[in-house]
Design a protein around this ligand. Structure first.
Ligand code: CTP
Ligand code: MG
Length: 227
């Protein structure tokens, strides 16, 4: 059975959500957001190490908020998400026995289901990578300055979520090659290296907390989750 590690990207500053403390460390429904995220992942029995990539200035805060969840090690992140993920991958590469598979996940997504994790892991039997995604349902407009300039067909377009799963050696090499390119998800890094990436069904509940409004929406959802 494959050994599965997680890289939890938690080194962002949460500027769009506002407030002093980055969103992943804020309390929602009585628990830090990042703790909800780790507990959601821990519901899947195949997940082993959870490497938490953090801003070094907040490493002690993160460790305290995750006390008792067996998350760690804590690794220093970079100035953009891609650099943070690469730091996490390098820490796994330095292990005596690196994992077979790695799931790269946003700390700001607290409501990932075991079914989604299952689907991503299962798809890695037939592809180098796999991501959960949802079909775009809104009509897409091109425009600027308050005017429409065109309509983009939404057929075949998806909204990418995390956890994004990969065969570990393949994504490590892809990330090393793509360093500094500012790609916005790990599937894009994999695509740039020519890896095959499968799409599996995402879930609306697995949304990323981005804005202050999302914090309210997430809290409402988490209040309904069983401990
Ligand atoms: N992230 C990271 N390292 C960075 C930037 C982001 O590990 N240098 C993480 C965030 O902590 C978050 C995830 O990547 O869990 C998704 O990024 P995003 O939602 O953009 O979070 P932030 O970058 O923190 O927020 P913002 O862009 O609003 O500043
Ligand atoms: Mg960001």
């Amino acid at each position: 059975i494959a050994r599965v590690a997680v890289i939890l990207a938690a080194a962002g500053s949460g500027s769009r959500a506002g407030h002093g403390l980055p969103k992943q460390y804020r309390a929602l429904a009585g628990k830090p957001l990042i703790r909800w995220t780790v507990e959601a992942l821990r519901r899947h029995p195949q997940i082993g190490d959870i490497v938490v990539v953090v801003d070094p200035a907040l490493a002690a805060v993160a460790a305290t908020l995750l006390d008792g969840t067996a998350a760690g090690p804590f690794v220093a992140g970079g100035s953009d998400r891609q650099a943070s993920v690469l730091a996490g991958l390098e820490s796994l590469a330095a292990l005596a026995i690196p994992p077979d598979l790695v799931l790269i996940h946003d700390a700001a997504r607290p409501s990932t289901s075991p079914a989604t994790v299952d689907a991503v892991i299962a798809a890695l039997e037939r592809a180098d990578g796999a991501i959960p995604a949802l079909p775009v349902v809104d009509t897409l407009k091109q425009g600027g300055g308050g005017r429409i300039t065109g309509t983009v067909p939404r057929e075949g377009l998806f909204r990418a979520q995390t956890p994004q799963g990969f065969r570990f050696p393949a994504i490590l090499e892809a990330h090393r090659l793509a360093a500094g390119r500012l790609l916005t998800d790990d599937a894009a890094v994999a695509e740039a290296a020519g890896l095959t990436v499968a799409l599996v069904a995402g879930e609306e509940e697995n949304f990323k907390v981005t804005s202050a409004q999302d914090l309210v929406r997430a809290e409402r959802a988490l209040l309904n989750r069983l401990p």
